[in-house]
Design a protein around this ligand. Structure first.
Ligand code: M7G
Length: 337
């Protein structure tokens, strides 16, 4: 049974018939993003997570006189070669920490334009957003086709992130000026644009996302031989567009899909190979070239394969597998000497 289980477009979790956690907002007139210019109305609740290596902090809070939770993600961005001259100038103040022989440590205070922090704000944020960013023990679960059909898919049909932002991009209602490349073919077309995670200021951390036009292809699990033209088209034209715009060779790009993704509308990640982007590890990232090759070898490969995925203990999907005794919380393991 397990090996023959197949995923068709009919059982793919379709956004239209899914109960979604977020509010639907085609064009929010009440959006906080239409008026926000500083953090004076922000009330900090707690730090959800911080990552010294990525120089990122995830904060939960709220905005005064606004309903709902907010998440603020602050990230110190990489240096851009073009800004080095501006930093190493008379306008940057230096405060010496200490010196020892030929060695000295200073605090450097460059001018404001060289000092920005990338801030991503999600408002109103759902409990699912809070779970996504919260620091939590992570587990890897091996999802057989049978587990996909009996556990993962029913869970996704009850609960997943709203896809309104995807619809807005496809329908040219948001981020139109950010589009790097668009192929309008209804079967093989896609839109390539900078990812939410990238400020598009420097190519060192280049990160774009290609969103396919066709709806109903929810994830890697849904891909079959029928999608080869789409995947090859997206690979060739996406790489060419990035080479033309950002002058990074295709051989220096990491092009991959996530499993499980956060958003169940097919999309592909394009990142600079030299950048350790979040989610590039083998428990989550599947190189597009490998995906194409697997499907060429066996058109229903992704319906037959066991696909591992990483999941946080706070994720309701973890509880679904836990209830079946397929995974245990960290604290429940009993060690014997
Ligand atoms: P995923 O694998 O579903 O999620 O990828 P994850 O990588 O967050 O686990 C979805 C991708 O879409 C991520 O890289 C997001 O950063 C990106 N993304 C999400 N949103 C809400 C937006 C958005 O509004 N605009 C753009 N340009 N990218 C987004």
């Amino acid at each position: 049974m397990a090996d023959n289980a197949s995923v068709t477009q009919d059982d793919a979790p379709d956004a239209k018939r899914m109960k979604s956690e977020s509010l639907t907002s085609e064009c929010r007139t009440d959006s906080i993003h239409s008026s926000l210019s500083d953090f004076s109305s922000f009330e900090l609740q707690r730090v959800l997570n911080e990552n010294a290596q990525r120089k990122t902090v995830f904060i939960q809070g709220s905005f005064k006189e606004r309903k709902g939770q907010a998440i603020v993600i602050l990230e110190k961005t990489p240096f851009d070669e073009k800004s080095i001259d501006g930093i190493l100038s008379a306008n940057s103040r230096l405060k010496r920490d200490f010196s020892n022989d030929i060695y000295g440590n200073y605090e450097c205070y460059p001018e404001i334009q060289f000092n920005n922090i990338k801030a991503t704000i999600i408002h109103p944020a759902t409990e699912k957003h809070i779970q996504k960013y919260e620091s939590q023990p992570v587990h890897i679960i091996d999802e057989t086709p049978e587990f996909y059909h009996t556990l993962t898919l029913p869970h996704l049909q009850k609960e997943q992130f709203n896809l309104q932002w995807v619809t807005n991009i496809i329908e040219h209602k948001s981020e139109v000026e950010r589009i790097v490349f668009e192929d309008t073919d209804p079967e093989t077309g896609f839109i390539l644009l900078p990812d939410l995670k990238w400020d598009a200021k420097q190519v060192e951390n280049l990160y774009l996302v290609a969103i396919v036009r066709k709806t109903g292809i929810s994830s890697l699990r849904s891909l079959t031989g029928d999608h080869l033209n789409l995947l090859k088209n997206l690979q060739a034209k996406g790489i060419k567009a990035i080479e033309d715009r950002y002058h990074i060779a295709g051989s220096q790009l990491r092009v991959y899909l996530h499993y499980q993704p956060s958003f169940y509308h097919l999309h592909v990640h394009f990142t600079n190979l030299q950048y350790e982007a979040p989610g590039i590890y083998p428990e989550k990232a599947h190189l597009l070239s490998t995906v194409i090759s697997n499907i060429e070898l066996m058109s229903d490969y992704y319906q037959k394969a066991t696909l591992p995925f990483a999941v946080k203990e706070s994720d309701n999907l973890f509880s679904v597998y836990e209830e079946k005794g397929l995974v245990k919380r960290r604290g429940e393991l009993i060690y014997s000497a």
